[in-house]
Design a binder for this molecule. Sequence first.
Ligand code: HEM
Ligand code: SF4
Length: 562
Amino acid sequence: MNHIAPGRNAGVYSYDDIDRRFVAERVEQFRAQVERRLSGELTEDEFKPLRLMNGLYLQLHAYMLRIAVPYGVLTARQLRKLAEIGRKYDKGYGHFTTRQNLQFNWIKLEDTPAILHELAEVDMHALQTSGNCVRNVTTDQFVGAARDEVVDGRVYAEILRQWTTLHPEFTFLPRKFKIAIMGSDADRAAIRVHDVGVFAKRNERGEVGFTFYVGGGLGRSPFIGKLIRDWVPEEDFVAYLEAILRVYNQYGRRDNIYKARIKILVHELGQEKFTQEVEEEFARLRGPKYRLAPEVVDEIRRRFGGPAFETLTDEPESFQAAKAANPDFARWVAVNVLAHKVPGYAAATISLKPAGGIPGDATSEQMELIADLADAHSFGELRVSHAQNLVLAHVRQDELFTLWTALEANGLGTPNAGLIGDIIACPGLDYCALANARSIPLAQAISARFADPARQQTIGELGIKISGCINACGHHHVGAIGILGVDKKGEEFYQITVGGDPTLTTAIGDILGPAVTADETVDAIEAIVEVYLSNRHDGERFIDTLKRVGHGPFKERVYAAH
Ligand code: HEM
Ligand code: SF4
């Protein structure tokens, strides 16, 4: 089982001394700022921008620290450190987010310098996880592993991380800025609901280029990103993004926080005018200074290393036998395991969504166990998915059964990746001062109602996404079933939408009818599922049945009792 030595931590960008010195200096700077806040020398108002530069938010009950997991890739050693911090400074758990980061919800201000110092020991930090800057660039959680991958998105995400960190022009943007990159035809990173969504692809000569979508986003005014350029050659990647950010910096609405995101600018200027502005700026930037040289790309790729895969064949006998002998394992493989580009390997999703559990939470013990499993089975590396699960991306197929047995014994073997129990939920009223309603208990009630794995598998692909208010942190607009917490005379109610889609065929869901209570919401989901099952054609997904039969039958059934 232990074959980790050659490729240990392969696939994770290795810091150099400059990176380390920079992070260490920032920790010391923040330590002094916290001391000045604690002594009263700084007021909360003066301190706020300083703490936000370091990922520290003030929530309903406590400080929350959001830690960057660049493009969702972590080492086992880093995960162990997160587990330790959770135990030492929080309540023994952490929360993985929809942007592939990790949050601690119960942090004490006076502990934050020590936490950041400990994080720096494992090359981690909380920079650019809040504030009006370019946030963590996200990508496919199966990057470097998926069989359908065309370009390794990590390399370009890392280039953007380096380029945007402390970029003087992009530290005070009109509003926060979120970029996602995909390197295959499938969209596993919700590209078109990002400020900038990029598809990396190859032309017939094998050269890398990028398709740019701009102005997507959720929140109070949801927009789907617009295509502004189909092919930007690799060497112009940075220049083109710089041009987009410059146009945004110049014209973005700083006068009104609700209109400050780039989606509003693209909407107000119109796709054509916005594109023209970007192209003009891009023409000015097309000098050697902004050209991304092939040597730079190669050097960054080299610093990721590569797992030392063995030469194996797909579907080894022991794997087949284990599936045949154990239907629960076979189900987990069918639902949570993805084909790998290297024969004999697979990418396994570790669900952080047990029936009745809190979506995206992991205890320190679970994190430690997963770190050990990553060391034993996946070259000491793992990923955070935007669906708030973890992934071991490079597992030998003949080790999947051992892996599953360990996961299953620790409540981590839930076979529901992409199914109805794999709910995305924002923190809601349990943590968030902006919330109208709780999200987490509703997610727990729904996943408990649909606990039966066989039933979930029968229902098939169906994403439920819950936000506690219109800011849409839980992406409810793009849930096949979306749930939005609303306030009705001081009571928690939920508005249900259907037909949302976060993939390339992006769609914003439509409101089904009047908002209902939490209990009624769980019944409504059940009713929607029943209508779907009784109407679907063979192999048809929920959203396809919905498209074919329309809202009518769903609405009728959900509101029958009203
Ligand atoms: C509890 C503290 C939180 C507060 C006060 C908060 C507040 C907000 C606000 C005000 C927005 C809208 C910003 C805008 O569109 O300009 C937003 C968006 C967002 N938040 Fe949060 N948030 C919180 C926690 C979280 C957490 C824990 C996650 C991840 C699980 C999250 C994920 C997101 C995402 C993905 C968006 C972007 C939606 C978009 O594309 O526009 N937030 N948040
Ligand atoms: S969607 Fe609203 S309730 Fe949920 S975390 Fe975001 S701001 Fe808070």
